[in-house]
Each structure stands twice: as structure tokens, then as C-alpha cells.
Design a protein around this ligand. Structure first.
Ligand code: ATP
Ligand code: MG
Length: 912
């Protein structure tokens, strides 16, 4: 079976068992502070498990793109080294939301694996949860008994909390699970060592393929477990691993999921991919180049998937948070590409078209944006390649320095050293590389530590890991402290926690608090309140959260400082709690602010449509911010938007404003219908089956949007673009204002023109008048320069006449009055041309600051050893200053003008 057929067989199997097939959620997670990237198929159903949202269907199945590179599930360091952990992988899953439970889940997983896929039963092992006394959890005998119907008892194994109790993160839904493992070792090995002893033992031929989780609990902040409102099934099967066992391979990379990519990389690098290359043995020997090449090809073939899908789903590489995680993965891949496979020019980005083609029809998000994704990766690659070579050079230099000292260091007396016995029993000594240096390479140049260790080892050195780990730990602590949020548990006031959003229709609603909790971050304490009914819009889709007030019957007013979404909840942020939280309250949105926000949001839709007209249909939204002050719109476009284009865009938007187009708001349109009617949907946004469509003129702007909008475009008032800039490779940003802000902006500009006019004495044509002014200014400058030159020409003869003959030297020490340092320098050079055997010191005061200039004839520098630089430094002491220059000409500045005469006097001492 091909990978494609295997995927389809899974979906067909569960569809036939009454499951609705749903699309994958984006890999980038929004609205969940506990998670950066989707790490399991269940993430998109978290609210349903927690009882915070109703299930649309009792049974669903899908293939979900997952990323395990941060947080609780992080496999990054394994990827490429082993053959079955990926950064991005597809998780095939089936779910029951309070519908079927353990029996059906187990029956069906067995049926699918052994009857549809026809996997040999004697190679399969299953596990169940053995219980955990500390958590008060019992052994899962129900699962054990269900498996006994199908599986021989020596293939059913108990598992501990680590392997058989699945948790999404530090908090959240969890429950006991049952894993299915596959043993793909050859028969003779299987006869010798039972597969049962290798399950969950990191053996690369006895691997977990499927996990069936029985969701029953919610882990809360204090660590305790609470039963969920209903019992659910959540399963996840690694697609790439399944393909590997079905295609009879010993590595995921040998399947048709990866082979095309691997062969492309191999061919372009002029090397061959050796799937069976072995890692360097422990101890000495260095890495084999075969192995290094194979790891590099696997890393590249894997990482391109993670990076491409993250970018396609809206997460660009950046210098912090999720963007930084992506940048790091990209750098890891490029490092291998450059150093191991020898691609000195940007190559990694060239994998994008192949990948896009491969996922066409599965995850089309990539195919439709492939040019953009490739461009972003290419730009990152170019800038990283520059730093990378610097890192490698640094490493080599460090090694050179250490080598020079090796004879001294690599001796048994030196306790800093590290030694090991070779197989032949010879003691070999290694010199340690400073752990802080290794950390710098890791942190600044993206060198994974295992690589630095490997490079070190190849040259007979060892990294001081203790120091490295300490530096790493310190950095982690620093970044954790910067983002640490301490979230308390909810205090629940009402058990029915369904939430109604009324903000599309009103800005004031009567409501009750359902639950609240305390959160502290960076030393600041706040409260989060959830209401049963609320007009407050929670930040999302770029539109900021509403602010306003909660008014209580006793007259108490609680200010809402922000509103955010968390999973399915609308969370109101306040600085304090009401005295009677259970009372009915009136929730009132700051309506003036909301009006401004709505003007900016609707203007953003008009802008988006106008840009597609002016710049082209490749323009896609890559991020937006809409608040009460302005709007910011990031979009894919490859060149600067010109002034003419900006003028055209503004003109279209303002035309639409004047047309006063009424808002058409459809709250519940079938997603498929909306898309086929041509609405603009955003990449990386997760849409449900029913969507809200915002239309301003059927032929102009139609977008899927959850935000709030003006009733008619006339309310926007006036639209003005105030800035255009670049944010990242292939992404540009427009900032604009509307309504009152636009009016104020125009007023300010007008005021400026008015002030200018007054300053210029009300000319008819301001621009012309400024031009004349500039011309006149230039002319005057030139005249001044000329007159200064004339003045210094007169001075030079005066000065020459004042020369005193001392010991065959023409000595001049004088004060001169000139307006700038250039003129003084000029004068000094002219006198030098005029007077032989010259030793001259000039004292000046320019803008109140004392200065000294020393000029010495070239022959005197040689013959008498007079050095202007040294002399000026000596003289400058008299004016509390310093300076320097060349042996024949030097200058100094100082603070004390009263010392100038003394300095001139002192000068005589050098020749007398
Ligand atoms: P392992 O112990 O092998 O890391 P896991 O216990 O982390 O697996 P689960 O969290 O139970 O795995 O995920 C469900 C399934 O997803 C696994 O059975 C496996 O087939 C697959 N899977 C998990 N992590 C990865 C990964 N990094 N790459 C590819 N497939 C994975
Ligand atoms: Mg794992």
C-alpha cells in the first residue's frame, strides 16, 4: 500500500464506523496560553473534553499535523538521529465525545490493524495502565480484559504512569491509555530476545505505533485530578510509523513518505543516502562520514516539513517565542546542509516545491502558499549562512588555541582533563573546551550541543558539559522568569458554564459571573472573570479585546481592562473582585472605544480588498492588529508599495467609505458554501463547519471574520495610510488610521503648514519659498567660506612676519581668531609652505572652546626629533585637554581657555 492509500484506508474505516471526518487544525495554536503548537490530534477538541464547548458530532476522525518541538512533548534532539521521531508528523486519530468508550476503541483498533492492514498479530504488543498509588489511580483491568479476547497474555504488558497515563501538558485533560507496539526485528532476533522486554525501551525496531487514551480527568494547577463531565476516547497513531511497518521498512525515512525528498537531497549533494549507516561507536573513533551524511539528510527531509507548515499556518521565524522555536529548527537543518552536506549556497528552501506537491490534496495550505513559504525560508537561510561560517571559524580558532596548549594540558596531572581507555587499553586524554564557549555557539550560532561535542570529539577534545548545562539552565530560568504566569484554579459560582456573546448586537448586557480566578505575572495580580452573557469582544482575529465596566446593584463598579479568549471561554481581566461576585451585574463596553475599533476593523477589510485590486491577488493577510487608535495590516508582497499604489489604494477605500455601503453580516454560513461563493479566508485560521461572513458590497469585500464592524462604511469617516514598511522576507506592513484619528492627523498636518506659512511670512507658494531659502542659505555658506579663506590668507603673511629665530628654528606661537577648525588647519599648512624650519603653535578659541594646533617642518621632525603629536599632548595639559595627530601636524582640544597663554609660553621650551 502507498502512504496515500494507507491514510485513506484509516479515514474510510472510521467513516464506516459512524465517524465524521474533520479537517486538521493549523499547527500553530492560538487562544491557548498552555500550548504553542499542536502536539496531538486532541488539541482542537480540548474544550469539548473540558466541557467548555459542546461536541458537534459524537464521533470524529482525522489526520492532524502535529509538531513536537517545545513544551511537554519535545522530540527535536532525537530527530534525524533516530528513525521514528519527527518534528512534524501526521497523527491519525479517532474520537468519541461521551459516546463509545474502551470496548469499541480496542475492538476497532485491533480490527483495523489486523484485518484491514493485515499486520501479523505475533509482532504486536499492547499495554495497559498498571495504576498509581500516589495519584490514587487504580489498575485498568477493564482494558486488560478487553485485550485478552484478541492478544496472547505474554503480549499484553502493564505500564506505569510515564508511559500509560497520557497528559496534554502540565494541566488539562488526561487519562489512562493503552499503547500498541510493533516489533519489526528479523525472526532470529525475535526468537532470541522476546519483544516484550523491548517495549518502551527506546529500541528502534520495537516502536509504539498507536495510543488509545481514555480521557477521564482534568489535571488542575495544584496537581490534583478532577473527573471530566463525560468519558471520552482520544486516539493517536503516528502515520509515518504506520506506513513504515506496513511497507516492511526498518526506518520511517525508507518509506515513500520521505524517500523522494531524501533522494533529491542526496542527488543534489552528490552523496548517497545509506539508510543502514551506523552511529560511531561509543568511545573513540570519531563519527563515520556515512552516518553524518545520513543524519543530515534525515534532518533536512524532516525539518522542512515542520518549518513549511508552521509558516503556512502563520508562524514566521522570529526572535522570540514560537517564532524563535521555528527559527531554531530552521537553523539546525541549515547547519547540517552547509557543514555536513556541503551546500554553501542557500539550498534548504528548494525542498519546498517538492513538499508542497507531496501534500497537495492532503493539506493544501502549503501548496497555495508555496512561493511565499520558500521565499521566507530562503531569506532566513541567507542571513543564517552568514553567521554560521563565523561560528565555525570561531570554533576552529578555539581549537587552534587549545591545541597549542595541549601538550601541557593533556597530562594525567591536569585534573581539568578527561580521559578514557581505548579498546586496546591505552589511556587517552582529552582537553576540555569551555562550556561557556559551547553555549555561545549554541545560543548565538544555533549549534546544537551534540554537534559541538561531536566536532570536538573528532579533534580529540571534550566539551565541559557541566558548565554548558549550567549556562543553559540559567538562560532557561531567565526566560521563564520573564514569561512566568501563575494561574490559580477557578472558583466556580455556576455549574452551567455555557457562555453567550451578545456583543454583535449590544454593548450592554445583564449577566452573572460563572467563575473567576487569580493570575499573577511579573509581580502584578489580576483577576479573570467569566460571565454567562457578555457584550465584551475577546481579542481575536487581530481585533483587540474590549474594555469597560461591570456595574453591580450595590453601586460597585469593576473596571474591565482587557478581554481575551482562552479556549472556548471569554475571559474578562479586572484589577479586583466585586464584593458580591454572585450578584447580577450590568456589563458595559466602552462604546466610544469600540466605535473606533469597528471603524478600523471594517477599514481593514476594505483595505485588503483594495490591495488585491491594486497589487494583485497574491496579497494575503499575514497578520493584523486593529485597536482604537489605528490599524496595522501585514501581507505577502515582494516589493515596496509605491507612493502611487498607496494613493490608489487610499482612493478606492475612501470611495467605498463615501458609498456608505451597509454591513451584511451572515452569522452562520456553511464553510464550504462560503468558500465556493468566493470569500477571503485566512491561512492558519481554524474555521468550524459554520462560519460568519462579513460583506461590504457583494462584488467588493467578503471575508470570514468573527470581529465587530460598523453598520455602514460611512461611519469610517476617512481612511488614511500613514506608514508602509517591511516586516520580514516577503511580508510588508501598512499602518493606517480612520475616523477621529484621521481627522486629527489631517488637522496636525494643516497646522504644520500654517506654522510654516507664518514663519515664511505668508508666501503664495510655500514650496517655492522654502526652495529660495535653501538656495540663499547655500550661497551664503559659500560666501562665508570664501571670506574666511581670504582672512586666513592675510593672516599667513602676518604670522610669517612674527617668526622668531631660535637655534636655527623659525618659532611662531600665536593666538589666532578663526571661526572653525578647518580654517585653522588651512592656515597652518599655508604657513608651513611659506616658512622653512618652522615650529609653530597656534592657540584658538572656537565657540568658547580652547584649542591648540602644532605644525613642524618635515626636516625638523627628522633632524631635531620634534614630534607634533607628543608636543600637543604635553601642551594640552595647560588647557585641561588632550589630543594627537601626526609627527608634523597635531591638534588638541581642552576645557580651560585661561591656560592658552601658558601653553604658548611652554611651547618655547621645546626649541629654546
Ligand atoms: P514515543 O514514546 O515513541 O515518543 P509518545 O508516547 O510520545 O511516543 P503519543 O504522545 O502517545 O506518543 O502519540 C501518539 C502516537 O503518535 C504515537 O503512538 C506515535 O505513533 C506517534 N508519535 C509520537 N511522537 C512522534 C514523533 N515525534 N514523530 C512521529 N510520530 C510520533
Ligand atoms: Mg514521545
Amino acid at each position: 500500500m502507498t502512504a496515500k492509500e494507507i491514510r485513506q484506508a484509516f479515514l474510510d474505516f472510521f467513516a464506516a464506523k459512524g465517524h465524521t471526518i474533520v479537517p486538521s487544525a493549523p499547527i500553530v495554536v492560538k487562544n491557548d496560553p498552555t500550548l504553542m503548537f499542536t502536539n496531538a490530534g486532541m488539541n482542537q477538541f480540548k474544550d469539548i473534553f473540558l466541557g467548555e464547548a459542546p461536541a458537534k458530532y459524537p464521533r470524529v476522525a482525522d489526520t492532524q499535523r502535529c509538531l513536537r518541538v517545545s513544551g511537554k512533548h519535545n522530540d527535536l534532539e532525537e530527530v534525524g538521529i533516530d528513525t521514528y521521531h519527527h518534528t512534524m508528523f501526521e497523527m491519525l486519530g479517532n474520537w468519541s465525545f461521551g459516546d463509545y468508550f474502551k470496548k469499541e476503541a480496542i475492538d476497532w483498533s485491533w480490527e483495523l490493524l489486523t484485518e484491514v492492514y493485515k499486520l501479523p498479530k505475533d509482532r504486536l504488543y499492547v499495554t495497559y495502565f498498571e495504576g498509581d498509588a500516589k495519584e490514587g489511580l487504580e489498575k485498568d483491568t477493564e482494558t486488560l480484559n478487553l485485550w485478552k479476547q484478541y492478544v496472547a497474555e505474554d503480549h499484553i504488558l502493564p505500564g506505569n504512569k510515564k508511559d500509560n497515563f497520557w497528559e496534554m501538558g502540565e494541566t488539562g485533560p488526561c487519562g489512562p491509555c493503552s499503547e500498541i507496539h510493533f516489533d519489526s526485528r528479523p525472526d532470529n532476533e525475535r526468537a532470541e530476545v522476546s519483544g516484550a522486554t523491548l517495549v518502551n525501551a527506546d529500541h528502534d525496531q520495537v516502536i509504539e505505533i498507536w495510543n488509545n487514551v481514555f480521557m477521564q480527568f482534568n489535571r488542575v494547577k495544584d496537581g490534583s485530578l478532577h473527573p471530566l463531565p463525560a468519558k471520552h476516547v482520544d486516539t493517536g497513531m503516528g502515520f509515518e510509523r504506520l506506513v513504515r511497518v506496513l511497507q516492511g521498512k526498518t526506518s520511517n525515512y525508507d518509506t515513500d513518505v520521505f524517500q523522494e525528498m531524501i533522494q533529491f537531497i542526496a542527488q543534489k549533494s552528490g552523496k548517497t543516502y545509506n539508510s543502514k549507516a551506523l552511529p560511531p561507536g561509543e568511545g573513540l573513533g570519531g563519527a563515520s562520514s556515512d552516518w553524518n551524511d545520513a543524519v543530515a539528510m534525515r534532518v533536512m527531509a524532516d525539518h522542512i516539513r515542520a518549518i513549511s507548515f508552521a509558516i503556512a499556518d502563520g508562524q514566521l521565524p522570529a526572535s522570540n517565542k514560537a517564532g524563535y522555536v521555528i527559527r531554531r529548527i530552521l537553523r539546525r537543518a541549515v547547519r547540517y546542509s552547509y557543514q555536513t552536506l556541503g551546500f554553501k549556497e542557500p539550498f534548504f528552501n528548494q525542498l519546498v516545491p517538492l513538499l508542497a506537491e507531496q501534500f497537495k490534496g492532503v493539506f493544501d495550505e502549503l501548496y497555495t502558499q508555496k512561493d511565499f513559504v520558500q521565499k521566507v525560508i530562503r531569506e532566513e537561510e541567507i542571513s543564517f549562512l552568514r553567521t554560521l561560517q563565523r561560528g565555525i571559524d570561531l570554533f576552529e580558532t578555539e581549537i587552534e588555541i587549545l591545541k597549542k596548549n595541549t601538550d601541557f594540558l593533556a597530562s594525567p596531572e591536569n585534573t581539568e582533563d578527561w580521559s578514557e581507555k581505548t579498546k586496546d587499553g591505552i589511556e587517552k586524554y582529552y582537553t576540555t573546551i569551555d562550556g561557556n564557549f559551547a553555549f555561545e555557539l549554541y545560543d548565538t550560532f544555533g549549534f546544537p550541543i551534540d554537534l559541538t561535542e561531536l566536532m570536538a570529539r573528532e579533534r580529540g577534545f571534550k566539551v565541559n558539559m557541566e558548565v554548558f548545562n549550567k549556562a543553559l539552565q540559567e538562560q532557561k530560568t531567565r526566560s521563564r522568569a520573564a514569561t512566568a504566569i501563575d494561574t490559580g484554579d477557578w472558583t466556580v459560582l455556576q455549574d452551567d458554564d455555557s457562555v453567550e456573546f451578545t456583543g454583535y448586537d449590544e454593548t450592554e448586557s445583564v449577566a452573572h459571573i460563572i467563575k473567576y480566578r487569580k493570575v499573577s505575572a511579573k509581580g502584578k495580580e489580576q483577576y479573570q472573570l467569566v460571565l454567562d452573557k457578555t457584550p465584551f469582544y475577546a481579542e481575536s482575529g487581530g481585533q483587540v479585546g474590549d474594555t469597560g465596566e461591570l456595574v453591580f446593584p450595590n453601586g460597585e463598579v469593576i473596571h474591565v481592562t482587557d478581554t481575551k479568549k482562552e479556549n472556548g471561554l471569554i475571559v474578562h481581566f479586572t484589577d479586583k473582585l466585586p464584593s458580591n461576585p454572585a450578584d447580577a451585574l450590568t456589563a458595559i463596553v466602552d462604546a466610544a472605544r469600540r466605535n473606533n475599533i469597528e471603524g478600523n476593523h471594517s477599514a481593514t477589510h476594505l483595505l485588503h480588498a483594495a490591495m488585491k485590486q491594486v497589487l494583485g491577488t497574491h496579497v494575503n493577510q499575514k497578520g493584523s492588529l486593529v485597536n482604537g487608535e489605528y490599524l496595522r495590516f501585514d501581507f505577502s508582497h515582494f516589493s515596496k508599495v509605491t507612493d502611487e499604489e498607496i494613493a490608489q489604494i487610499e482612493a478606492i477605500v475612501n470611495q467605498k467609505v463615501r458609498e456608505n455601503i451597509p454591513l451584511k453580516e451572515e452569522r452562520s454560513v456553511l464553510y464550504a458554501e462560503a468558500i465556493s461563493s468566493g470569500v477571503t479566508a485566512l491561512f492558519g485560521e481554524k474555521y468550524g463547519e459554520y462560519v460568519r461572513v462579513i460583506t461590504f458590497d457583494d462584488d467588493f469585500s467578503k471575508e470570514l471574520c468573527g470581529g465587530t464592524h460598523v453598520k455602514a462604511t460611512g461611519q469610517i469617516g476617512y481612511f488614511k495610510i500613514v506608514a508602509e514598511s517591511a516586516v520580514a522576507a516577503g511580508v510588508r506592513r501598512i499602518e493606517a488610521i480612520t475616523g477621529v484619528a484621521a481627522q486629527e492627523f489631517i488637522n496636525q498636518q494643516n497646522q504644520l503648514v500654517h506654522t510654516l506659512k507664518e514663519l515664511l511670512k505668508n508666501p503664495k507658494d510655500i514650496a517655492k519659498s522654502v526652495e529660495t531659502l535653501l538656495e540663499e542659505n547655500n550661497r551664503l555658506k559659500k560666501e562665508i567660506e570664501k571670506s574666511v579663506l581670504e582672512k586666513s590668507a592675510g593672516m599667513k603673511t602676518e604670522l610669517a612676519a612674527k617668526a622668531e629665530q631660535i637655534n636655527g628654528i623659525n618659532f611662531i606661537a600665536q593666538r589666532v581668531a578663526l571661526p572653525n577648525a578647518d580654517a585653522v588647519k588651512n592656515l597652518a599648512y599655508q604657513v608651513k609652505d611659506l616658512v622653512d624650519n618652522l615650529f609653530m603653535v597656534l592657540a584658538t578659541e572656537i565657540d568658547g572652546k580652547p584649542g591648540l594646533t602644532v605644525m613642524v617642518s618635515d626636516n625638523l621632525v627628522k633632524e631635531k626629533g620634534l614630534n607634533a603629536g607628543n608636543i600637543v599632548r604635553e601642551l594640552a595639559k595647560e588647557i585641561q585637554g588632550g589630543g594627537g595627530g601626526q609627527p608634523f601636524f597635531a591638534t588638541a582640544g581642552g576645557k580651560d581657555a585661561s591656560g592658552l597663554d601658558k601653553a604658548l609660553e611652554k611651547a618655547r621650551g621645546f626649541v629654546a
